[in-house]
Design a binder for this molecule. Sequence first.
Ligand code: DX5
Ligand code: ZN
Length: 216
Amino acid sequence: MNSIKIAPSVLSCDFARMGEEIEDVVRAGADLVHFDIMDGQFVPNITFGPPVLAKLRSRCGAPMDVHLMIVDPERYVDDFASAGADIITFQVEACRHPHRLLNHIRDLGCRAGVSLNPGTPEEQIRYLAPSLDMVLVMTVNPGFGGQAFIPEMLEKIRRIREMLGPDRDLEVDGGIDGKTARQVIEAGANVLVAGSYVFGKTDRAEAIWTLRAAKP
Ligand code: DX5
Ligand code: ZN
């Protein structure tokens, strides 16, 4: 079974001090740093793109976990890989040929993942499984930080863990706190994204430790 990894989402950091905020959470024990890329089309919000990521690369002492919430992600994966992404995950609903794109991301030297919206069934990814390094289960509707965890996603996490076996990464994103961390770990998740829970705390090391220790 994989170890628990904590991935603070910079969506909730102070954007005017992004470099320092990233250094702070890495110092506090983050295993990955999660970057939410939003285009104002797939989701109503807009964040930032490859040039910002490239500038942050040297400040980020942990793997960059890039979550694309954009339409036609195949148009941008090369740019995100060049900018320094270590893991690239795209929304399966936003891509016509997810199998091809997963293999292309791996050819670029990155780890490849797909993400499922809350309404998307796990069957959508059954035949992609051999090409997947990671699956991301959205536990809120994508677009914004600080939303409430959707409890029906626990069943989906269990089913995907069964589908993937014990060794691959299963990430969850949205509404993760001390209580929901325990529930998702129990269901089979091992990579926990947390935005407001980590960046909203003065003591980020304690927040990260609380999530990591939230074993059932
Ligand atoms: C939502 C993003 C998340 C978000 C999570 O679309 O994918 O990464 O930052 O925020 P919290 O942890 O505050 O729910
Ligand atoms: Zn995310």
